[in-house]
Design a protein around this ligand. Structure first.
Ligand SMILES: [Zn+2]
Length: 204
């Protein structure tokens, strides 16, 4: 594999030491900030509970779509940045390598120990997380669930495929959809995200 994830992670760890006066971290063409995962988990899981069981599908969809839209815009900024050009582009040999580059960036951002397990170009991707903070937070707060709880990573997985195989930005958002067949929150060993083309999507 052409992409050296440790090189990308090291560059981000170094760059993220820079802070603007308001604590914003300007790196890879986007603005980042430190955010407590406990706070994020509390917000999203409380939102789910307030919405209630009859609205479960709708509330999950909202959280996943918010993450997918965020991932789509954020990684579009990242892949158009000076740092991406300097650090990642020289390692890219295939279109799929961009996904390995995205994944290394997401790992460095602290989004999870993500690993690309499979890519079928243009059709499918399987992304695995051994230590998703959403699954950990859910288990700590509520115990075992009967369904996957990693809405952020589910949306981000879809965004990666949207950016690589969807229509040209910004028309490719939601061309792909991620499911989470395996999740630690429901007792599986790890979380796994399966991304496929969205129903009725007609991207090339
Ligand atoms: Zn999970």
């Amino acid at each position: 594999m052409a992409i050296d994830g440790s090189k990308i992670i090291h560059a981000i760890m170094e760059g993220s030491k820079i802070r603007e006066s308001k604590g914003i971290i300007p790196i890879f063409g986007v603005y980042l900030s430190l955010f407590s995962v406990e706070y994020y988990n509390r917000l999203s899981f409380s939102f789910m509970h307030k919405m209630g069981a009859p609205q479960k599908e709708t509330s999950e969809k909202l959280l996943i779509e918010a993450a997918q839209e965020c991932g789509y815009a954020t990684f579009q900024g990242i892949r158009n940045s000076w740092e991406w050009d300097q650090i990642v582009v020289p390692m890219i040999e295939t279109r799929e390598d961009q996904i390995f580059g995205f994944t290394a960036v997401a790992v460095a951002f602290g989004w999870g120990d993500l690993e690309v397990k499979k890519i079928v170009p243009g059709k499918k991707m399987i992304l695995r997380a051994n230590d998703s903070y959403e699954a950990t937070g859910y288990l700590e707060q509520y115990g075992f669930s009967d369904s996957g709880k990693c809405y952020m990573l589910r949306g981000v997985s879809g965004a990666f495929m949207d950016l690589i195989y969807g229509k040209e930005y910004p028309e490719g958002l939601f061309n792909f959809t991620a499911q989470e067949p395996l999740c630690r929150a429901k007792g599986d060993t790890y979380c796994e995200f399966l991304v496929t083309k969205s129903p009725n999507s007609c991207q090339v």
